[in-house]
Write a protein that binds this ligand. Structure first.
Ligand code: PLP
Length: 430
């Protein structure tokens, strides 16, 4: 095959960057190809360094809910940049974005900005431990909460894709305080919490799991977690790094009507710039330094460019009809894809919540880590490569979500469906 500019760049990258990438799943190993280098994104379309165009369903792993290079977001970043890019002192934009977040998310009374989702979850757990004086964190198998040490236990896509259960470099002493239990199983949760209640600081959950592919909460699951944690005085942390401003403006907690104690945000909140946030009840947030003893800081936290991008993003998302349109387009896309699965006889399970979805290559329902793992990843790899060859850019792993954005036109979705039909037929050829 002809060597592409992407191939050359990847070779150069591997000389100076481990694996040639700054985040492992980008290397595309589990789908058996090398990554494309992207030079431009506009709306729903990515252009690679070889000038190939793709309809993008990765959307930077979630943030680009308005599509790439949205004019309002770009204008806000440009306007902010000419006034200087960082001061390490308070700026008005931080108050503006914090106010928008507090208005948007029902359970957040105060919020602290950080630079990534990882920092948000790491800080929220430190706060939960500091506030309760307890050490144990309960999480769910297949949920990913960033790459901080205490979360690297059965932690979803990146690790799944590489086939490593945890990670060297994470001391036993740290993960012994992390209990990972099956998603969507209230019985095991109840047993675990009742046994160790006095030592458990918090339960952290993706209210819609997105990092083992999209796995919605079973009816009653989130309610059950809330009921048990409240009864046993354990803090409940919703990791809404994907779901925040995605499955509803106020996140999964708005969509499902559950009030967590702390919430982690990331991805969409930065408008494509590096922003994370954690927030919750004022009484708990006031334990963070300088008001309280739990230390957490950041040189670039609340960065004026990032805040400006976040504000522009949230204001666009406040426009009437945004979430109805996302729901309608995504539901129609789901219907088309399910129709193709039935017509071609390629067995799939499509899980969707709003504009987050995953097509699992398995005939059986996917409700947790174990059932997700029954997917045919070889088949996904072939489908991925076939779709890429026709200009459809999917996540390079079975255990990731596809995102529909405001920039995807009905025509884009029709094109993607047509290519899916072609690809599914090809999967059955031998
Ligand atoms: C992406 C993600 C994170 C980590 O965010 P980064 O910005 O990549 O550090 C944490 N939790 C969830 C649910 C995520 O999807």
């Amino acid at each position: 095959m002809k060597r592409t500019v992407s191939d050359e760049m990847f070779e150069a990258a591997r000389r100076v960057i481990p694996g040639g990438v700054n985040s492992p799943v980008r290397a595309c190993r589990s789908v058996g190809c090398d990554p494309l280098f992207i030079k431009r994104g506009l709306g729903a379309v990515l252009t690679d360094v070889d000038d190939n165009e793709y309809i993008d369903f990765v959307c930077s792993w979630g943030p680009m809910i308005l599509g790439h290079a949205h004019p309002s977001v770009i204008a806000a970043i440009q306007a902010a940049a000419v006034d200087g890019t960082s001061f390490g002192a308070p700026t008005p934009t931080e108050v503006d974005l914090a106010s928008l977040v507090v208005e948007a998310v029902p359970s957040i009374e105060k919020v602290r900005f950080v630079n990534s989702g990882t920092e948000a979850t790491m800080s929220a757990v430190r706060l939960a431990r500091g506030y309760t004086g307890r050490n144990i964190v309960v999480k769910f198998d297949g949920c990913y909460h960033g790459h901080a040490d205490s979360f690297l236990v059965k932690a979803g896509s990146g690790l799944l894709t590489l086939g490593i259960p945890g990670s060297p470099g994470v001391p036993e002493d740290i993960v012994k305080n992390t209990l990972s239990i099956p998603y969507n199983n209230l019985e095991i949760l109840e047993d675990t919490l009742r046994q160790k209640a006095a030592e458990i600081a918090c339960v952290i959950v993706e209210p819609v799991a997105g990092n083992m592919g999209c796995v919605p909460p079973a009816p009653g699951f989130l309610e059950g977690i809330r009921r048990l944690t409240k009864e046993l005085n354990i803090l409940l942390i919703f990791d809404e790094v994907i779901t925040g401003f995605r499955v509803a403006y106020g996140g999964a907690q708005e969509r499902f009507g559950i009030t967590p104690d702390l919430t982690c945000l990331g991805k969409i909140i930065g408008g494509g710039l590096p922003v994370g946030a954690y927030g919750g009840k004022a009484e708990i947030m006031d334990c963070v330094a300088p008001d309280g003893p739990v230390y957490q800081a950041g040189t670039l936290s609340g960065n004026p460019l990032a805040m400006a991008a976040g504000i522009a993003m949230l204001k666009e998302l406040q426009r009437p009809g945004v979430y109805t349109e996302l729901e309608r387009k995504s539901a129609r896309f789901e219907e088309m894809l399910n129709g193709i699965s039935r017509a071609t006889g390629v067995p799939t399970q499509l899980n969707r919540v709003g504009s987050v979805m995953t097509v699992f290559f398995t005939p059986d329902p996917v409700s947790d880590f174990e059932s997700a793992m029954r997917s045919d990843t070889e088949r996904y790899g072939q489908h991925y490569r076939q779709m890429l060859s026709t200009g459809i850019y999917l996540a390079p792993s079975q255990f990731e979500a596809a995102f529909v954005s405001m920039a995807h036109s009905e025509k884009d979705l029709d094109t993607a469906a047509k290519m899916t039909e072609w690809s599914f037929k090809k999967l059955l050829e031998k």
